[in-house]
Design a protein around this ligand. Structure first.
Ligand code: UGA
Length: 486
């Protein structure tokens, strides 16, 4: 199948590479000529696991790049729209990029290049397919030469390639037989299981299916599935954060509570990690946009207001936790591990870590930050005047009043805690992602504050001399049991 993917952001680029991987001829289009030139040279503009392998495997073969929507669409049988749908001032999705692309596509759908299916893959409000169909017609697309369909994506940043190739489900929202047959054919290598029998496939263990499940709906239902999925996941996170706050005040352990709740197969253990709330380019925007959709349908979806309130409060509660641990923040030197909105990505959009750092800076704290991938993007937001960026967690910890963990990077859950203990001025770790069992931290001599668990305080420790003989005074090393909860 010949496919055009319009928009080479996270979703577009991953989708284009994965369509090529499962055997299609793909043109990935973007109006940013610098990005397209970089992609043609073999550079990878985003940090995404396995994407470099796919791009180098298919670039110049089944995967080509272009800045011309018209050229790509005229060749294609299926056109996926994957441009941004940012949040507008009113909270609803701004569909102006989708509209602009639709108008450009329309000029090529003149019947001379065969029939085409135009598929929305960007996250859009319900009924966008209707507007898309209308815009294409009004902009001159030859009626009878095109169909419109919805094919929502469920790609998480960091695992987007395996999410695409090994999906829990593929949803196609189709209102006619032609678009149904084209979309079924596109995903056939996954739904038939042929892809999983190949030798050179992208590896992924533990996939529950031999054939990717396909769910065929009408276009409106598919559009609703996307918003409802993200809103439900965000609700799950806010719910468990609310429970964590109760657990913390009564002395229960949110980890144990989650094990108890999540083992009920009707609830499930995933997306039950309490922390500093959800961020990223999807959940905050989509929950808000879904609520606007509800309002437009004359339905007051107050549950979503509460989901957003809990999420924003979770960040403020964390800043209060830092203040309780350190009393005042003015002049305090804080090591911060994590800037990205979650692990395995360089994306800092709507990152809880960034919001928390900004709040700490407003309180007069000094921040030494480290993130394995997101430092360049964080510098664009936070600047370099108030934040010192360092090369590893230990450099961050040096001589700090406390260490804060704000992103769930794997490497942050395997720190040399005794080394951290020696480097910190005061042995305090405040973990917004619950990466450690409390005993492991206290066993290393660290006072440990986390989310939804009681504070962990080590028994008074024997003084340990620092490297280079500067050594802390024994009195400084003796930990006083604080009178605060987590
Ligand atoms: C999310 C969805 O998971 C994807 O299915 C969807 O396709 C995508 O949005 C999108 O609409 O494009 P993503 O934003 O990449 O994917 O990230 P998630 O892994 O869902 O995490 C979102 C946020 O929730 C992160 O800040 C993460 O740290 C937080 N989170 C996640 C928690 O606080 N607790 C959890 O248990 C899980």
């Amino acid at each position: 199948m010949r496919i055009a993917v319009i928009g080479s952001g996270y979703v577009g680029l991953v989708s284009a590479a994965c369509f090529a991987e499962i055997g299609h001829d793909v043109i990935s289009v973007d109006n940013d000529s610098t990005k397209i030139a970089a992609l043609e040279r073999g550079e990878v503009p985003i940090h995404e696991h396995l994407l470099p392998e796919l791009l180098s495997r298919h670039r110049g073969g089944r995967l080509r790049f272009s800045t011309s929507v018209k050229d790509a669409v005229s060749e294609a049988e299926a056109v996926f729209i994957t441009v941004g749908t940012p949040q507008s001032e009113t909270g609803e999705a701004d569909l102006s990029f989708v509209d602009a692309v639709a108008r450009e596509i329309a000029s090529v759908v003149d019947g001379s290049h065969g029939s085409k299916v135009i598929i929305e893959k960007s996250t859009v409000p319900v009924s966008t397919c209707d507007s898309l169909r209308q815009t294409l017609s009004l902009s001159g697309a030859h009626s009878g030469s095109f169909s419109v369909a919805s094919n929502p994506e469920f790609l998480r940043e960091g695992t987007a390639v395996t999410d695409f190739l090994y999906p829990d489900r593929i949803v196609i929202g189709v209102d006619d037989e032609f678009s149904s047959s084209v979309l079924r054919a596109i995903y056939q290598p996954l739904t038939s299981g042929i892809y999983y029998g190949r030798h050179a496939l992208i590896p992924f263990s533990g996939y529950a299916h031999k054939q990717a499940p396909l769910i065929v709906t009408n276009a409106k239902s598919a559009e609703l599935i996307k918003h409802a999925s993200n809103a439900f996941l965000a609700t799950k996170i806010s719910f468990i954060n609310a429970v964590a706050n109760i657990a913390e005040s009564v002395g229960a352990d949110i980890g144990q509570v989650c094990a108890g709740i999540g083992s009920d197969s009707r609830i499930g253990a995933k997306f039950l990690n309490a922390g500093i709330g959800y961020g990223g380019s999807c959940f905050p925007k989509d929950v808000q946009a879904f609520q606007v959709v509800a309002t437009q349908c004359n339905y007051d979806f107050g549950l979503l207001t509460e989901v957003m309130r809990i999420n924003s409060e979770q960040r403020q509660r964390f800043v209060k936790k830092v203040k309780r641990a350190l009393w005042t923040l003015r002049g305090k030197r804080l090591a911060v591990l994590g800037l990205a909105f979650k692990g395995d990505t360089d994306d800092v959009r709507e990152s809880p870590a960034i919001a928390i750092i900004q709040a700490l800076l407003r309180e007069g704290a000094q921040v030494r930050a480290y993130d394995p991938a997101a430092m360049p993007k964080a510098k664009d937001v936070l600047g370099s005047k108030d934040v010192v960026y360092v090369d590893d967690p230990y450099e961050a910890a040096a001589n700090c009043d406390a260490l804060l963990i704000l992103t769930e990077w794997k490497e942050f859950s395997a720190l040399d805690l005794r080394r951290i203990r020696l480097l910190l001025k005061h042995p305090i770790v405040i973990d917004g992602r619950n990466l450690y069992p409390t005993e492991q931290m206290t066993g290393a001599g660290l006072i440990y504050y986390s989310i939804g668990r009681a504070a962990g305080v080590p028994e008074p420790v024997t003084p340990i001399a620092r490297h280079g003989s500067v050594g802390l005074q024994p009195r400084e090393q003796t930990v006083v049991r604080p009178a605060v909860t987590g």
